[in-house]
Design a protein around this ligand. Structure first.
Ligand SMILES: Cc1cc2nc3c(=O)[nH]c(=O)nc-3n(C[C@H](O)[C@H](O)[C@H](O)COP(=O)(O)OP(=O)(O)OC[C@H]3O[C@@H](n4cnc5c(N)ncnc54)[C@H](O)[C@@H]3O)c2cc1C
Length: 303
């Protein structure tokens, strides 16, 4: 079996740069990736998105950066094994390695691991109705931006991906809204651009509660904070949509807002917890009730 000097596992930008350096050093190199194309997350998840933090480029589209990285890496005739998942690495008696994939075995003197985040798996939207719309209006990545032309788009999240996607889709979509439950984690300058854009921002303390539609997504319900527009969370409590509240307030505004929540909780008989310890105890009690194992015990039995 042919033996390579270097085998790079993972053909994202880091792996491609490792291949370039292998070539510069005169090494015979190979790259293995489970995906059908080189480029890692850039090509698989956001090929049309601009990247703003690449040295030497004020802005560059991800797939163009991948093309540059591939051209740079393949100035030498490196071997390329795509659609192969590495499952094991074994040390051989001669000191070299055997890289085992789901399709083949590869001998190599050195290995560079550039597997990034590994297999890509998005964090799913918690709203219970979300799952049935996956692929029918609910997307975890925006690969082709023109798919969203003329649509009303809601982006859930506040990291770099969410803010970048919002800015990229804003000129194409009929409208773009960003819904996020806490502070933005994206770069400060892109958040500034977002705030200056036409994107509607629902942040912080907003969450998608429900996804609606028949065959495709047609709307989402977000819970509004008190005084951020109607219906707000107090309306949801009054109508019975919210039946349990955990509210750990921080800051004068949150404490002021909580007056109407507490009053509504009291008048509508809704359990209301204000500490994490209280919330934890309530969750444990609900779990115990569901298991049917709740029993009454005298206080003395605990001491
Ligand atoms: C939506 C989005 C937007 C982003 N925007 C930016 C941005 O604007 N600027 C920025 O700097 N960063 C951005 N990032 C982050 C950036 O994409 C990553 O930091 C970058 O891709 C990491 O490169 P990498 O080569 O280390 O790993 P990856 O790109 O994750 O590549 C790793 C490769 O290893 C392969 N692999 C993993 N395990 C195996 C295995 N067992 N066998 C075979 N192959 C395997 C994978 O298939 C993948 O191709 C963004 C990320 C996302 C999701």
């Amino acid at each position: 079996m042919e033996i390579f000097d270097v085998t790079v596992i993972g053909g994202g930008p880091s792996g491609l740069f490792a291949l370039f350096y292998a070539g510069m050093r005169g090494a015979k190199a190979k790259v293995i990736d489970v995906l059908p194309e080189l480029g890692g997350q850039l090509y698989a998840l956001y090929p049309e998105k601009y990247i703003y933090d690449m040295p030497g480029f004020p802005a560059i589209v991800a797939q163009d950066l991948v093309k540059g990285c591939v051209d740079q890496a393949f100035q030498w005739p490196h071997a390329k094994c795509l659609e192969e998942r590495v499952t094991d690495i074994a040390r051989d008696e001669d000191g070299a390695f055997t890289v085992v994939t789901d399709k083949d075995r590869h001998r190599t003197r050195a290995i560079v691991l550039t597997t990034g985040i590994g297999a890509f798996s998005p964090r799913k939207l918690a709203a219970p109705s979300a799952e049935r719309f996956e692929g029918s209006g609910l997307h975890y990545y925006a690969r082709a931006f023109d798919e969203f032309a003329g649509l009303r788009v809601t982006i859930v999240g506040g990291g770099d991906s969410a803010v970048d996607y919002a800015l990229a889709l804003e000129p194409r979509a009929a409208s773009v809204a960003v819904v996020h439950r806490s502070a933005f984690r994206a770069h400060a300058s892109t958040v500034d651009r977002l705030r200056a854009s036409r994107v509607q921002i629902h942040q912080p303390d907003f969450e998608v509660e429900e996804v609606h539609g028949d065959a495709r997504v047609s709307a989402v319900t977000i819970v509004n904070k008190v005084q951020e527009g109607r219906p707000d969370i107090v309306d949801d409590m009054r109508s019975g949509r919210i039946q349990l509240i955990f509210n750990t307030t921080e800051g004068a505004q949150a404490i002021a807002d909580s007056f109407s929540l507490r009053r509504t909780a009291l008048t509508h008989n809704i359990p209301y917890y204000t500490t994490v310890a209280g919330a934890r105890a309530a969750v444990q009690a609900i779990g115990a009730l569901r298991r049917g194992s709740l029993e009454v015990a005298p206080l003395q039995s605990y001491f």
